[in-house]
Design a protein around this ligand. Structure first.
Ligand SMILES: Cc1ncc(COP(=O)(O)O)c(C=O)c1O
Length: 349
């Protein structure tokens, strides 16, 4: 097995996460056996894929003597919530630059409620400083906003460390390189040789790490990112850029061909954080048949895409495929009103 010199890493996640088969669902669909890599179990409130990246990102921040983390994302960003919680765990100040999302009319009405929901609630609970900007301003001014808040903390005598969207950069790549190593042991243990590793792609870092790791650890599986926003061209460039930064920052000579970056952008639907009814139906189906909770922003959308591909015969001939469950449960709770009509039946006698 390949040995890799990992850079400094904090032990923050509960690893290894389980790899489990979805027996009933796989049988029902009549396609390949679906295995779930349970990265939704990397911890409790800090569950999901971001903790794997932040093990490396926060190690670097601390190595540089930083005491304040500044990062950004949507109002319901899982990455920002993970950063807020881990910042509190490590005794670091956290400032979140958030983008206000208008998901739909009912969500807008929910936004009018006094108490923040889902991930945002946890951000506040953990003492993060939060600045929320309307989407056009956020999109237009993001680099300037980072500069502004960095200068603000510098003036206070703090040392800020700036983390890009989703911790997807050359350092964050390590998180899913390490996950690929974990998967190689999982595959050996359960005796499978999966043809595909499928996951939701949102800022590209998970895909960059898995693509590099799959090659480094000779997993023999194609890594397929199902886009939850943007298009395949955008992600091919973004993943290639993260990998370039990773190689340059750490002096690595791993050559990843761009043709190995596989992105399916047919399932983005109405846009980021907005899902069609079919995605909510999938979330309900997977929860009721397997006891696994997906979310409408990332994993539910990607899982729906994977099921659709199975139905179209796009994984034909593959006995096993792996879906990486990257978390997101708090995003589901923030959009629960989209599913409430299903739960109004009173079954009392
Ligand atoms: C739950 C969840 N799944 C998947 C992703 C996508 O991962 P990445 O940003 O590395 O593409 C994210 C974050 O964007 C996420 O929060």
């Amino acid at each position: 097995m390949q040995t890799i010199d990992y850079p400094p890493r904090l032990e923050l996640a509960r690893l290894p996460t389980p790899l489990q088969p979805l027996q009933r669902l796989s049988q029902e669909l009549g396609g390949p056996k679906i295995w779930l890599k349970r990265d939704d179990l990397t911890d409790c409130a800090v569950s999901g894929n971001k903790i794997r990246k932040l093990e490396f990102t926060l190690a670097r921040a601390m190595e540089q003597g930083c005491d304040t983390l500044v990062t950004c994302g949507g109002e319901q960003s899982n990455h920002c919530r993970a950063t807020a919680i881990l910042g509190a765990r490590l005794g670091l100040k956290v400032h979140l630059i958030l983008r206000r999302e208008r998901v739909d009319a009912s969500a807008a009405a929910e936004g009018a409620a006094q108490c923040p929901d889902g991930n945002l609630f946890l951000d506040y609970l953990c003492g993060a400083h939060v600045s929320i900007y309307d989407k056009p301003e956020y999109q237009h001014r993001l680099p300037e906003l980072f500069e502004h808040w960095a200068a603000h903390y510098n003036r206070q005598g703090c040392r800020p460390y700036l983390i890009p969207t989703g911790a997807s950069d050359g350092t964050g790549v390590w998180g899913y390189v390490a996950c690929a190593e974990e998967l190689s042991k999982d595959f050996q243990r359960v005796g499978i040789d999966p043809a595909y590793i499928v996951h939701a792609t949102g800022s590209g870092g998970t895909q960059a790490g898995l693509t590099a790791g799959s090659q480094l650890f000779r997993l023999g599986a194609s890594v397929l990112g199902i886009a939850v926003c943007d298009n395949a061209d955008y992600f091919s460039r973004k993943v290639a850029e993260d990998l370039r930064q990773w190689r340059e920052s750490y002096g690595l000579s791993v050559d990843i061909t761009e043709s190995n970056i596989l992105v399916d952008d047919r399932y983005v639907g109405p846009g980021y954080a907005q899902a069609d009814a079919a995605v909510y139906q999938t979330i309900r189906q997977v929860a009721a048949s397997e006891g696994v909770v997906l979310d409408p922003v990332y994993t539910g959308k990607a899982f729906y895409g994977m099921i659709d591909r199975i139905k179209r015969g796009e994984f034909a001939g593959a006995p096993d495929i792996v879906f990486v469950h990257t978390g997101g449960i708090f995003g589901l709770l923030a959009q629960r009103s989209r599913m409430s009509e299903w739960f109004t039946k009173d079954e009392a006698i």
